[in-house]
Design a protein around this ligand. Sequence first.
Ligand code: ATP
Length: 306
Amino acid sequence: VPERPLLDVRDAEVAYGAVTALRGISLRVDPGEVVALLGANGAGKTTTLRMISGLLPPARGSVWFDGARLAGTGSGTGLGGTGTGGGTSGHSGTSGHSGTSGNCGTSGHCGAGAWSDGTRDSPGLPVHRVAALGISHVPEGRRIFPAMTVAEDLAMGAYTDRRRAWSRAGREARREARRDVRRGLDRVHALFPRLAERDRQPAGTLSGGEQQMLAIGRALMARPRLVLLDEPSLGLAPKLVATIFEVIEEINADGVTVLLVEQNAAAALRIAHRGYVLDTGQVALAGSADELARDPRVRDAYLGSP
Ligand code: ATP
């Protein structure tokens, strides 16, 4: 019996207004894996990550995390609160249309926060609840808080729902929350000694590579089970690219599962267990990293060798 996937995306479709970006994508990430998501510009890689983290609702299909539904329709244990229950009595089960009747389809506005928490027709969990379940998203372009110090920026990453709940729960719980932040910082500093040296420096004054380290470090502060990394090596000098990939391997060795979007297909396939190649919103190829690295279509298009 195969292990239950940690992440299971089933036949998901996402549209930005009239533009359909994902045309029925299915992919899975098993616990402990590094899975690479490859593909040309505009293939839908970023959109896939944004859908998983709850920034975009799927118009069709579903997203599951550790057996629970995050978004879309389908049977099983729903986490969506009212309106997104399983196939037995929930709104989506009876109407079969909760995916297409969401805010995205009707308004055409599928940007961040396209649905509100607790809405009856909500097609999925909002971003903060997905994060609280253990998914951290490091978006492309390293969105750090430039005016904050490195230490403050990292501490922001620890503020998930879980920690907010602790902070309401009394002095001992608050103390435990602080210890938790301290342990997270120690771990991030061990991975990125450079960040420890720059603790008091405004994050906006870090180099591009250091900002990428900070963005990854901040995502790890929430102690995620799954990290979504969008182009972590983009625009970095070769030496830093190597460092970033080493860190991804180290994070994974620590037990964190990784879904990695990369233009640098060769480097991604070196550290990945498996991969998917997207093409115009569909999965064109899937296989082990070795199979993909040997595949002539991948070599031609992404590895720059015949
Ligand atoms: P890249 O490698 O260039 O970042 P990608 O594989 O991540 O590409 P996406 O960013 O997911 O691709 O985009 C998929 C498709 O959706 C593209 O055709 C893109 O133009 C379109 N798209 C993305 N964001 C929007 C938006 N906000 N509004 C309309 N269309 C969008």
